[in-house]
Design a protein around this ligand. Structure first.
Ligand code: G
Ligand code: G
Ligand code: MN
Ligand code: NA
Length: 253
């Protein structure tokens, strides 16, 4: 069992790492950004997935320093990438309870020299469920500074559509669960078609997550989905492999 003490020690020992997964522009068929995904390189257990430590980090509040470290590292890494390649960083709802969030983001940009427009922050609708006045003002402040805001895991929550009215999101990320069944279930196809259509009429970029097959990718292209991300192109990989991910069209598994 993972313990709070392990997580604290991991921060002190710098055992976290950021992996990157490419996000491709569907029409241009080029990588336009990478999603930063935290990994814990545990001295005894090896690589631990965020699914296994983010919940504990959120319960203990350690997600605040861990999230800040991921954000800073992602900005430093992205500042080395070719112009116009963006980086997307996930923010936990708990990080929005920290009054210094806006300052933290501004400092990470300043310290790295990364222009604000190359940073995307991914939030889930659970962020908007809590203390939404304060949260919305933080989001507006970040967006005014030039940072882009994405709505992650779209379609899996309770009232996704109302959130699109509460904040002018730059991007909708269509949850993997819809993409997985795209070629095999007509209802999933209909939902993806509706969301890409919604994105087009609202002027919001749509990104399909979890694209694993050419059949899925072809359907997404036909529907005019803006961007695609998934194992078809590449799993998340260490920062040192960004260069090769930028030049390859498909995953080398
Ligand atoms: O990379 P992987 O599929 O194992 O990630 C599992 C989950 O952990 C995803 O839902 C992802 O959004 C989340 N996650 C990964 N990195 C971070 C991070 O730095 N901060 C937060 N809050 N969540 C993350
Ligand atoms: O919740 P979020 O979208 O931030 O999480 C992204 C997670 O999805 C990452 O942990 C990543 O490892 C995982 N992932 C990325 N691409 C694929 C894919 O094509 N298939 C599956 N099954 N998982 C994926
Ligand atoms: Mn995400
Ligand atoms: Na997601």
């Amino acid at each position: 069992r993972l313990l709070e003490l392990d997580l604290r020690a991991a921060l002190q020992r710098a055992e976290f790492e950021v992996y990157y997964q490419p996000i491709r522009d569907v029409a241009k068929d080029v990588v336009v950004a990478f999603e930063a995904l935290a990994r814990w390189n545990h001295s005894l257990r090896g690589m631990i997935s965020p699914a296994n430590f983010i919940p504990l980090a959120e319960e203990t509040g350690l997600i605040v320093p861990i999230g800040e470290w991921v954000l800073r590292q992602a900005c430093i890494d992205a500042a080395q990438w070719p112009r116009d390649v963006g980086v997307a960083v996930n923010l936990s709802p708990v990080q929005f309870k920290n009054p210094n969030l806006v300052q933290t983001v501004k400092q990470a940009l300043k310290a790295s020299g990364l222009p604000a427009h190359r940073l995307e922050l991914e939030i889930t609708e659970s962020v908007l469920l809590q203390n939404s006045e304060a949260t919305l003002s933080v989001l507006h402040e970040l967006r005014a500074f030039g940072v882009r805001i994405s709505l992650d895991d779209f379609g899996t929550g309770y009232s996704s559509l109302s959130y699109l009215r509460s904040f002018p999101f730059d991007k909708i990320k269509i949850d993997r669960s819809f993409v997985t069944e795209l070629a095999t279930r007509e209802d999933s196809m209909a939902i993806v078609r509706a969301v890409t259509g919604l994105g087009k009429s609202l002027g919001i970029v749509t990104t399909a997550e979890g694209v694993e097959t050419d059949a899925q990718f072809d359907l997404l292209r036909r529907e005019g989905c803006t961007q695609a991300q998934g194992y078809l192109f590449s799993p998340p990989r260490p920062a040192a492999e960004v260069e090769s991910m930028l030049s390859s069209a498909r995953a080398q598994v």
